[in-house]
Design a protein around this ligand. Structure first.
Ligand code: HEM
Length: 527
């Protein structure tokens, strides 16, 4: 790392001259202009006014979620294959096409709930967002480290986040509020079993997995589509912190994970991940007891093996936190040819939300900033104006023509790479309904069963400590959910809270859930 203490200790005469933003040299940066040495200040003092008024505007709104993060740059290197098969069978996306092909990228790792100076040792999902600067324009893959999420419909996102964020009165994160919401949200059980296990506090950003979480599609040259899920596997292995480890770290340092990433890259110890992809045919899969478009579920790896498609290496740090971290803007709608959305009800909501917040948070021309530009593709658009327009993108044959169509010049439409139709036909009537195969508990139970004993113990202790702050009614409902997932988990969390299976056996399912036959039987025989 650069030794900050040595910078500037012996100023050399060839240093650049300080100027203001107009390029005027600054002769005195210590004293403002006044009438006499004690006298009133003069209002025409441009240098002072520019300096202070720019300072007054230094902050932009922090991200409403994922405010604290670390950015690094690197590359993606493709294998040209999905496992052993040529990848072109499944996707025509150019970045995956050839073995050894490299694509520049930027990554931002983040925590979710805290503000931009908050602790990086918090129990919180970690954001794992990648911007691939491909020759066909940018592709953003915006995921997390846990593989699933709390909810499956985007309309619930503001509520889940409000419950997790600080109380609007006390401004403290309150477990009583979190579990009030979660107790009424059965689909969150799987996420909670992950989040309150040791995986809920990754040791740092290098030793965590990443997942696209939502279901996407791949499209091949014939317009055939497949459903896919993305997994990033760290070469350095996975490491997590217990509550006690995390407390010790954050007593001294709120930014240990950013520091760890920065220092490893500075000394040439470049973090690396393998990208693996799970795939299934693009249909409803009635044979499965979950819906492949449900982001509270993982796809069983024995049935849908994740296969390697490439690797990511991070080999460069940012040179300015604000320009490259605070202003970098990812979104789930940012896809390139050969990659597409699925009808996952979270994904559509996310796709609206990201660019919407970035137009507000960064500004309408956020895509002109260097870190967000499609720097390996050509951008030519008739979009114009807006605050802080910087680039002139209408580079067509006639600069007077900023509209399309025209026979006198300007820009023209591209031709479809193959054709404009793809995927299965969709029929249905407009409705507001939850999906049929909710199956909220089975994978949560399996996740618990797969844990080592110390992980189970840690999970139970963390759940008991937090849920004990909620009301008795909320505690009972949470214990009921855990019994529905796994008898031992329910019994152990219940024991910690002084609640037995007998206490909760009579609870009715929530109005917001429909139990399957198996789940109803389980409810009757709880414990
Ligand atoms: C950031 C919305 C679900 C991962 C954000 C931001 C918003 C948002 C508004 C701030 C973006 C910015 O200011 O630039 C939503 C909505 C969701 C949702 C509406 C559900 C409907 C998810 C899920 C994941 C996720 C399921 C993980 C798979 C992220 C990440 C960031 C982020 C990684 C930080 C991006 C960065 O580093 O700049 N989300 N989100 N979000 N979200 Fe979501």
């Amino acid at each position: 790392m650069t030794d900050v203490a040595s910078q500037g200790s012996t100023p050399a005469d060839d240093r650049d001259i300080l100027t203001n933003r107009q390029g005027h040299p600054v002769y005195d940066n210590q004293n403002q202009r006044t009438v006499g040495s004690r006298g009133p200040a003069t209002l025409e003092n441009y240098q002072f006014l520019e300096k202070v008024s720019h300072f007054d505007r230094e902050r932009i709104p922090e991200r409403v979620v994922h405010a604290r993060g670390a950015v690094a740059y690197g590359y993606f290197e493709a294998t040209g294959k999905w496992g052993d098969e040529p990848i072109e069978r499944y996707t025509r996306a150019k970045l995956f096409a050839e073995a050894g092909k490299r694509t520049d990228l930027a990554v931002r790792f983040s925590t979710v709930i805290g503000g931009r100076d908050s602790s990086e040792a918090a129990r919180d999902p970690r954001g794992f967002a990648i911007k691939f600067y491909t020759e066909d324009g940018n592709w953003d893959l915006v995921g997390n480290n846990l593989g699933v999420f709390f909810i499956r419909d985007a309309i619930k996102f503001p509520d889940v986040i409000h419950s997790l964020k600080p109380d609007p009165v006390t401004f403290r994160q309150e477990p009583a509020r979190i579990f009030d919401f979660m107790s009424q949200t059965p689909e969150a059980t799987h996420m909670l079993v992950n989040l309150f296990s040791p995986r809920g506090i990754p040791a740092n950003y290098r030793t965590q997995q990443g997942f696209g979480v939502n279901t996407y599609k791949w499209v091949n040259a014939e317009g055939e589509t497949h459903l896919v899920k993305y997994h990033w596997i760290p070469k350095a292995g996975v490491a997590s912190l217990t509550e006690a480890d995390a407390a010790a770290i954050q007593a001294n340092d709120l930014g240990h994970a950013s520091k760890d990433l920065y220092e490893h890259i500075e000394r040439g110890d470049f973090p690396e991940w393998e990208l693996r992809v799970q795939m299934m045919s693009d249909d409803e899969h009635p044979e499965l007891n979950f819906d492949p478009l449900d982001d509270t579920k993982v796809w069983p790896e024995n049935e849908f093996p994740p296969k390697v498609v490439g690797r990511m290496v991070l080999d460069r740090n940012v040179s300015n936190h604000f320009a490259e971290n605070e202003q970098i803007s990812f979104g789930t709608g940012v896809l390139v040819d050969g990659l597409d959305f699925s009808d996952d009800k979270m994904l559509v909501g996310r796709t609206f939300s990201y660019s919407d917040t970035q137009r507000y948070r960064v500004g309408p021309n956020y895509l002109q900033l260097p870190v967000n530009q499609a720097k390996n593709a050509r951008v030519s658009t008739n979009q114009q104006g807006g605050q802080m327009q910087y680039s002139v993108d209408n580079t067509g044959s006639n600069p007077h023509v900023n509209y399309e169509p025209s026979i006198t010049g300007g820009l023209r439409e591209a031709e479809y790479p193959t054709h404009d139709e793809q995927g299965p036909e969709i029929h249905g009537r407009l409705t507001r309904k939850r999906i049929d195969r909710t199956n909220d508990y089975e994978q949560a139970g399996q996740r618990y069963q797969l844990m080592d004993q110390w992980e189970k113990d840690d999970l139970v202790a963390n759940l008991v400590a937090n849920i004990s702050e909620a009301t008795r009614e909320v505690q009972e409902r949470m214990v009921w959910h855990f019994f529905m997932a796994d008898d031992e988990l329910g019994a152990r969390v219940g024991e910690g809270l002084g609640i037995s299976a007998d206490d909760v056996r009579g609870l009715e399912p929530l109005a917001s859930q429909t139990l399957s036959e198996e789940e109803d039987q389980r409810r009757a025989n709880l414990g």
